[in-house]
Structure formats: structure tokens, C-alpha cells
Design a binder for this molecule. Structure first.
Ligand code: NIG
Ligand code: FE
Length: 400
């Protein structure tokens, strides 16, 4: 069955056909006024101006959308959606002055979500918790998402987390090196022996990528190299959490190993910016996490101007970024990262899709792409970034 979205105020899509977009290309978007989008089954077949619309053959479901703007379905390329419980208690302590790193060192933080997630996997409620989080993301305009494990850190819960993401249509990432679980008593090398020996063989059958948290109190660069090399040998793409609080060599390691992305970058200095700009590795910026923890923002403008490929994501998780909203992330990009609304749009569509390996069919409104379309009930598509935490989403016409 064909579907015609007609009389749209604006149809907006990143320009060009390549991915990822860098430098000036990041901010180049095509805006078509008074436009239509024609889809057949789950694929876009035509985008154009109403005045050029020819009669469509066969059965067509027509929807008139005056006053609406169509943008590509948003792509969240960095989320920790497979978790149970919350961290509202810790949030309240932080609001009173306790630091995120102190809470982590005291066995709270990530490890408190590990306890809740293990319990949920054991009593069969992890799937439903993950589904609730995914529904929140979809209601905010996300049509493609990545979901990491990393709150299990034992075999059963890691695999259950990956399966939950997969069952919900997400792109699963094995974050087997997120923290050292309590039963290993701080021995990161012994934990990696276990994770790579006992979990990786099964995780690699479900996950598309592997991720590691390179930071003081988590994993150092040598441990990350060992973990990522084994994961690459098992066929997984590579991602890193790097430079969140301190520079620990995540960028050089990402480049050396040919990783898809290095994510966070709040602590990245000039040398890191230059190195990333010369590389194929995408810098995934997570301004909601910096905001939520009261940390410095990543050097987004310097990265883009130097020619680095950047994407934006929520980092949705219960501890450091409790938001599922990519529109909010676009507002933060415009107000805190000095990116234009057009640059933010490309960073949450085409470039995020590139990080997930699906930029050939997701992230643009163009013939041949999946018909993942977000309709904004706004007079100008830039309200996506402009209307801070506003109600924007009119309807989401997803293909899957
Ligand atoms: O990306 N930095 C490490 N991991 C997550 C936070 C996880 C948590 O606090 O539960 C992040 O910010
Ligand atoms: Fe993260």
C-alpha cells in the first residue's frame, strides 16, 4: 500500500548522499516548502513539491498535513536503555553536592543499577522495563536506536540485556567492559578474563558492536585494547566511552583500532580534536549527560570546524543522563555546543546512522530510504532545537 503525506509546510533532510557529513557539509540541509513524501510499503519513493506531484497509480492512503514539517526519523546512536530501577536517590544526593565519581567509588552509581538489572533479569521483568524506555524514546521522535548492555556484567544478565534490545528492534551493543562487578573485587584483568572467555562468544551472536568505558576507576587503555581487540576478532564493530572525566588515551586507541566512534569527549583537549579530525572515527557528543552531571560541554564547535565527523545522542541511562529526548539534545547542541539547528539535525540523523552502520537506508528523506518520518507540528522545522523541551511531535510514521 502506498502512503502520500501531502501539503506539508516543509520537508527537511540533510543534503547530499554520503555519510558521515563533516565540516560545512554537516550544516547543509535541503528544505522543500509545500511538499509531499510518497512511500510504498516501508520505502520512500518520491519527495517533492506539491506543484510537481503527479497522479499516483494504485491504492494510495493520502494524509494531508498542512502546518506540519517532516524530518527524518531521529537516530539515537548511544543509549543504555536496558536497565531496571532508577537512581532518583543518588540524583537527590548529587543535587545536594555529592559528586558522581564519589558515588561510583562508594559502590553506588553504575553498580547500583547493576544490582537492580540483575534482579530484573532473574525475575523476568527486564524486557518490560526496557520496552517502557523504548516507548519513551519513540514518543520523542526516535525511530532507530542503539541499546547497550553493561548493567549486567554477568553472563545471564548481559545476554538478557542484548536480547531485550534486539527484540525491540534496536541495534544491540555489548558494553561488557562498563565497570568491574563486585564479585571480582576490583580486579579488572580477572573480570576481562571472564567476560572475554565466557560472555563474548554468545554476545557476539547478538550484538553488532562492543563498547568499553575508558576512565579512572573503570578500564585503562591497555585493558580496553585487550577487550576491543578480542571483540573485533569476534566480528564486532568497536565503540569507546572516552574522555568523559579525564583523557586516558581513548582517542588514540579508537584510531589505532579503527573504531566506529569515541563517545563523550567532555575532557578532550586540542590534540584530541586534531587527531579525531584526521581520522575516520566519529565523535559522539552527549550534551545531556554533561548537563545532567554539571560537567563541561564537549568541544563540539572545534571538532566540526577541524573537520571531525560528529554525531549527537542522548546517552539515555538512569545515572548520568536520564532523558530519552533527542529534540532536547538538539536544543542543547544549539544553546551549549554552538551548533546550528541544521548541524544538529544531521548529527542526529545521517551521522548517527553512520555510527550504527545503517546510513544507506536511515537518516534521510529521499527515494530508497526507509519511510521513517517524524512530523513536527510546528511552523518551522528549526523548532526542533528552538522550542526547549517543547511539545513538537505531531505524529511518527515509522516503517518498522
Ligand atoms: O555513558 N560513563 C559511563 N556510562 C554511562 C553512565 C552510566 C551510569 O551512570 O549508570 C555514561 O554516562
Ligand atoms: Fe554512555
Amino acid at each position: 500500500m502506498k502512503r502520500l503525506l501531502r501539503d506539508l509546510g516543509q520537508v527537511v533532510t540533510p543534503s547530499g548522499t554520503h555519510a558521515p557529513l563533516r565540516g560545512r557539509d554537516l550544516g547543509a540541509v535541503d528544505v522543500i516548502e509545500d511538499a509531499y513524501v510518497l512511500s510504498d510499503a516501508n520505502t520512500i519513493v518520491e519527495v517533492g513539491r506539491m506543484r510537481d506531484l503527479k497522479p499516483v497509480d494504485g491504492d494510495v492512503h493520502e494524509v494531508s498535513c498542512p502546518g506540519m514539517c517532516a524530518i527524518p526519523g531521529l537516530v539515537d546512536c548511544h543509549t543504555h536503555v536496558a536497565f531496571a530501577g532508577d537512581r532518583v536517590e543518588e540524583f537527590s544526593l548529587r543535587a545536594g553536592g555529592a559528586s558522581y565519581e564519589e558515588l561510583h567509588a562508594a559502590g553506588g552509581g553504575i553498580l547500583s543499577t547493576v544490582r537492580a538489572t540483575r534482579a530484573a533479569a532473574a525475575d523476568g521483568t527486564l524486557d518490560e522495563a526496557t520496552a517502557r524506555h523504548v516507548l519513551w524514546m519513540q514518543n520523542a521522535g526516535t525511530t532507530t536506536f542503539e541499546g547497550k548492555s553493561g548493567y549486567g556484567l554477568d553472563r545471564e544478565t548481559e545476554l538478557a540485556s542484548l536480547k531485550a534490545v534486539q527484540a525491540l528492534g534496536g541495534v544491540p551493543t555489548w558494553l561488557g567492559a562498563h565497570a568491574v562487578p563486585p564479585e571480582f573485587d576490583g580486579d579488572a584483568d580477572a573480570y576481562l578474563d571472564f567476560a572475554l572467555g565466557d560472555v563474548l562468544p554468545e554476545a557476539a551472536k547478538i550484538a553488532k558492536a562492543a563498547d568499553v568505558f575508558v576512565e579512572r576507576g573503570a578500564f585503562d587503555a591497555a585493558q580496553a585494547r585487550r577487550y576491543l581487540t578480542a571483540c573485533s576478532d569476534a566480528g564486532l564493530a568497536l565503540r569507546l566511552h572516552g574522555d568523559q572525566f579525564t583523557e586516558q588515551g581513548a582517542i588514540p586507541l579508537a584510531i589505532e583500532l579503527g573504531a566506529r566512534s569515541v563517545d563523550h569527549l567532555e575532557a578532550t583537549g586540542d590534540e584530541g580534536v586534531r587527531a579525531l579530525a584526521r581520522s575516520e572515527v566519529v565523535g559522539v557528543l552527549l550534551p545531556a549527560s554533561a548537563l545532567f552531571l554539571g560537567r563541561p560541554m564537549p568541544p563540539a564547535r572545534a571538532l566540526v570546524d577541524a573537520g571531525a565527523a560528529v554525531a549527537l545522542a542522548t546517552d539515555f541511562n538512569p545515572g548520568s543522563s536520564f532523558t530519552e529526548s533527542l529534540p532536547l539534545v538538539c536544543s542543547l547542541a544549539a544553546t551549549q555546543l554552538k551548533l546550528s539547528p541544521a548541524e544538529a539535525l544531521s548529527a542526529v540523523t545521517v551521522n548517527a546512522a553512520h555510527v550504527l552502520g545503517c546510513a544507506d537506508r536511515v537518516g534521510r528523506l529521499a527515494a530508497g530510504f526507509d519511510s521513517d518520518i517524524v512530523l513536527l507540528d510546528v511552523p518551522d522545522w528549526r523548532y526542533l532545537a528552538y522550542h526547549l523541551a517543547g511539545r513538537l511531535i505531531g505524529q511518527i510514521a515509522g516503517s518498522s
